[in-house]
Design a protein around this ligand. Sequence first.
Ligand code: ARG
Ligand code: ZN
Length: 876
Amino acid sequence: KVVELANYHPTDFVLERVDLTFELDPTNSKVDARLIFHRREGADATAPLVLDGDELTLSGLLLDQNELPAEQYDATPQSLTIRDLPGASPFEITVTTFINPEANSQLMGLYRTNGVYCTQCEAEGFRRITYFPDRPDVLAPYTITIIADKAANPLLLSNGNYLGGGNYDEGRHFAAWFDPHPKPSYLFALVAGDLGVVEDTFTTMSGREVALKIYVERGKEPRATYAMDALKRSMKWDEDRFGREYDLDIFMVVAVSDFNMGAMENKGLNVFNDKYVLADPETATDQDYANIEAIIAHEYFHNWTGNRITCRDWFQLSLKEGLTVFRDHEFSADMRSRPVKRIAEVRHLKSEQFPEDAGPLAHPVRPTKYREINNFYTTTVYEKGSEVIRMIATLLGPEGFKKGMDLYFDRHDGDAATVEDFVKCFEDATGRDLNQFSLWYHQAGTPLVTASGAYDAAASTFTLSLEQRVPATPGQPTKEPMHIPLSFALILDNGSVATPTAVSGGEVTGDVLHLTEQKQTFTFSGVSSRPVLSLNRSFSAPINLHLDQSADDLGHIARHDSDLFARWQALTDLALPNLMQASRDAREGKEVEASPALISALLETAGNHALEPAFRAQVLALPGESDIARELGSNNDPDAIHAGRTAVLKAIAGAGRDLFQHLLSETRTDGEFSPDAESAGRRALRNSALSYLTYAEQSPSIAAKAFDDANNMTDMLQAMTLLAHRFPDAEETSAALQAFLKRFDNNPLVIDKWFAVQATIPGAATLGRVRALMENPHFVRGNPNRVRSLVGSFTFSNPTGFNRADGEGYRFLAEQILEIDPKNPQLAARILTSMRSWRSLEPQRADQARSALLSIDRSSSLSNDVRDIVERMLKG
Ligand code: ARG
Ligand code: ZN
């Protein structure tokens, strides 16, 4: 059951060509697959051909067009084994299967969504369509013929370039596609149905014109224009920044309403969760716009990092995902504010990946075994994988990084490559040894770096002592020291940066210090006055840093560092101890205090017009309850954390009331809505001022007024959230919730926001509300977006509601998992990971959580997906 990297072998047979014919029918689609193979040179001449399947029944099997005698093959739902095949000469296998798209509730393979046929094949969905060597190192060109009822399916799409089409029999028509670029089966896609389209063109750097098409449900075309704009900007950016040009005549995006993940990079035919395509000012928030821009870019960038160069096996998933996340992060940084983007990335990394790395589900960026590959589409593989690439860029500098990337594209185009292949390109291009650095791919756990600085005035030296420790993680009890690149600055009294005359104790390149030993001391000479150390600027390494700094020193960084990220980090470091202490005090029933140093630093930053509004909003959005829980580490009481944090926010609100009032009036925006980053930043600042004011005023009236005045979804949703979260039982709140439902009840994506706002109302009463909402006709159990916005928001984003002291939240989750799992195991397994930090709860809650996990574990009919997660969570 467990797949191990150490057992990797190339296939015995080489696949030369794939020719697929689909006769689509909602419940009984016929699939003919003609596959041309030859035995690999050097392979065992008697080895059988073993093809993967998943819930398949074989209906026909030909070898070179002749029926195969029964004794020459074995077919089960999971595999097709064919014996006595030719030694060297190519042969053709024709496999016929019938599948039922309508009954496919897993949303893997070929399925139906709102009357549209679509596919999701990554990672192992293709084997639900036909028997096939369904692994990423088997690459071939594909020819696809689709036959379907013409009236119901005017559109017949697949990968590659359009070959032609025409009428067929009995009201059916057909279309043929050819994808000349050899690809693995996980990049196959087919879409058929009746959809509207937004069209445009893009002229590539070598002057080729590419047709761009975004398909959406009819009537929703106007909501796809932002995605189209993002696509054109992505294509241009990849040419400018990475020299990558698109390689087919057409690039298509299809938005569907039932989708397990965000989107999928199928060659030339991306399929998207419609949540990441559709937007207009009335229905989409600024966050929605930013997500669409990032995900459109991400999937487009996969064309080179993923498709042209794919993965040898699924252990290499981060080869394409980490790299493509890095590329989409850089794209968004160039399109928007780089420091604000970096702050958002780090917030996300710390709130999602750090807990994963610190809990029972921790795994390396490049794992060595898995039981269910779908469970490895994680923030570790994606986001930490991206951070590892960012560190390579930091180590090598922009030129070295570019040389390495160019070599990678050049050397591995057309390959199914490994992480080692990738790293070697950077070594070969620059001569730098990345052997120790590669531990970032292999050792799980977030390194903890403890640092302390000392200034010697007499000697004019500054000494920095560093120590690193990588915590034990499941399967990895002991760790080696890592190569950790730490960007730093020694900031002098007047705000300028010290330029030491010499440094000893280790390598320093530019403003990057290389920590490579377990303990290391760097001494900087020629530092004429006491500096303040700013360390891990821009979050150059994804670590936990313990550096004791006084409030004065943090304040100095917050005022003077030229790296805005470091300023934000300093303010966060000022806030966290206060928030942690507040949680402890609240738990003991003591009076909670907000530190005057924190209040003044926050208000000073919030009112500083020299700083961009989006940055000021990020500063005002103090660490969240889950951040505080993570920092506290163990024996957590979510109610106390909530109470403590709320008290600190109220104190800040009281002290800053005038400022917030002022910010509210000066950020008022009338006129045309624009989703650009600067306007979004102004809305973010305005909305955080509004949030503090509702704490200061203690009445729903300002939020209710903001709700009535809102002329875009960002403002409306924030006002509704403040009403629901601060005044759940107020009349104003139920009026707003009702008005919102009525206004948007024909738009499921907006109703998802309505579900999520209510599911995240703090407190024990919310579970009852969630149960009631599950009876709402807008809640559709089979739709992943609906389930995530109601059930997922509750379990992932409502610490006090979900972690009710009586354990009812956990029992609710167990009940939901057992209900979702038989229909959609991937979705069930994903939602179950919301319990990944259960061991850091206080003992009573932890006990309740364990019982709930055990109740899932006791079920005899779990999917492999949920079985894998629940067993790791109970064991690790
Ligand atoms: N490759 C896709 C992306 O990140 C994710 C697809 C994952 N799908 C899955 N069923 N695990 O862009
Ligand atoms: Zn991806």
